[in-house]
Design a protein around this ligand. Structure first.
Ligand code: AMP
Length: 400
């Protein structure tokens, strides 16, 4: 099959031991999604139709989850059996780090992969796996256009004052900057605001992406001007298992007094901190909400307090506030967290109407409130699919 015959778009989000796959038609309608877990271990593949219904693994598909390439081959085999005649024209990849220069998605060709590998030291827990996903997709679909979509790109227009740390300038020049992440989610929300809330889209909006990873973005006229995440995906808000903003003196203390090395500190800050570390119970907000232990309560209190504090900082960066958008698993679903965040924030114009909040929005502020508060279910996959389709349409198609 040549790229001329192939029309579907695949999206890939490759993590250390997982692979999320989206399948879209030429018209960019979602067809199916796949989720491979525990790559390199016992491995499993969950397939769903676009409406969320589970799909059984078709007969005759060999399941091999020993590495990313074989996991992708397993998922593709299943999708081909489910959608006979399926031809993949383009594959879009979520890549966490695009470095200082990429302000949008790129087609992978020439030395692009090597250039993206140069950013692995900036995101050692994510970038190598993202690039492994690209290599696996190139092997699986040598004639498809491969596109990289970066979590950092949406934030690359930040002014210098927000882009820099107060470190010697040489480190900034080497790339030690505040990049910001979750850019694909913010890109989606920016587009949804422009489509459905055009007056608000032109104003000053704080978007709170609250999921297992959590960050907030200050948007002016749909563009990011500041973000709570910085050089790494550790900064800003506390998350499921990540610490959020931390005095760097704590890292020095852990090294000098506790004798911890870089791997041990990395494990502590990425995997054992945040809601899990504070509650000593779970990283899952649903479990914390259902628990009456003091640890669960304090973890939620701290999460809410840090969101409120960062809202103050981002509102200052925006010189005012017209809207707040909640998204991500917690932002879209947790009525309790949204109500708690709004508590005591009336001085900034943030109010939540209990009935509208209970109905999950989209508008959850009362009529006439100075700040419009919304919930918008985010969709990073469609952002990747759209960018991939757009770039592959631009690229000259070479028959195989
Ligand atoms: P994400 O990483 O965006 O998938 O979000 C995962 C987080 O969303 C987990 O902490 C979940 O507990 C949380 N979450 C999902 N649904 C709900 C809900 N109905 N109420 C509270 N938290 C939720």
């Amino acid at each position: 099959m040549t790229t001329r015959d192939a029309t579907a778009v695949l999206t890939l989000n490759a993590g250390s031991s997982s692979l999320k796959i989206g399948l879209f038609s030429a018209a960019l309608e979602a067809m199916a999604s796949g989720h491979v877990d525990r790559i390199g271990g016992e491995g499993s593949l969950t397939l769903r139709r676009a409406d969320g219904a589970l799909l059984a693994l078709p007969d005759g598909v060999t399941a091999d989850f020993s590495d990313h390439a074989r996991s992708l081959a397993t998922a593709i085999g299943a999708l081909r059996a489910l959608f006979p005649g399926l031809g993949i024209a383009a594959v879009g990849h979520r890549v966490v780090h695009g470095g200082p220069d990429h302000r949008g998605p790129i087609v992978i060709r020439g030395d692009a992969l090597a250039r993206l590998a140069a950013f692995e030291p900036f995101a050692p827990l994510h970038q190598p796996h993202n690039l492994a996903g690209i290599r696996a997709a190139i092997d699986a679909f040598p004639h498809a256009v491969q596109v990289a979509c970066f979590d950092t790109a949406f934030h690359r227009g930040h002014p210098f004052v927000h882009d820099t740390f107060a470190l010697p300038r040489a480190l900034y020049d080497k790339g030690v900057r505040r990049y910001g992440f979750h850019g694909l989610s913010y890109d989606y929300v920016s587009g949804a605001l422009a489509r459905d809330w055009p007056a608000l889209a032109g104003g000053r909006v704080i978007v709170a992406h609250l999921g297992n990873g959590a960050s907030m973005c200050a948007m002016k006229a749909g563009r990011s001007v500041a973000s709570t995440m910085g050089f790494s995906a550790l900064d800003g808000l506390p998350m499921g298992t990540r610490c959020g903003q931390l005095d760097p003196g704590v890292v020095l203390y852990l090294m000098q007094q506790e004798g911890m090395d870089a791997d041990a500190i990395s494990d502590l800050l990425y995997r054992r901190s945040g809601l899990l570390g504070l509650s000593d119970l779970s990283n899952d907000m649903r479990r914390l909400e259902a628990s009456d232990t003091p640890g669960a309560r304090e973890a939620i209190d701290h999460f809410v307090f840090r969101i409120q504090r960062e809202i103050g900082g981002l509102a200052a960066a925006l010189r005012g506030l017209d809207g707040v958008v909640f998204c991500g698993g917690i932002g879209e679903n947790s009525r309790m967290i949204r109500a708690r965040v709004a508590e005591g924030m009336g001085w900034l114009g943030i109010q939540v109407d209990p009935g509208r909040n209970a109905a999950n929005g989209p508008v959850i502020s009362p009529d006439g409130a100075p700040v419009t508060v919304l919930t918008i279910p985010t969709d990073e996959e469609i952002v990747i699919a759209r960018a991939t389709a757009a770039l592959s349409a631009q690229k000259e198609q070479v028959p195989a």
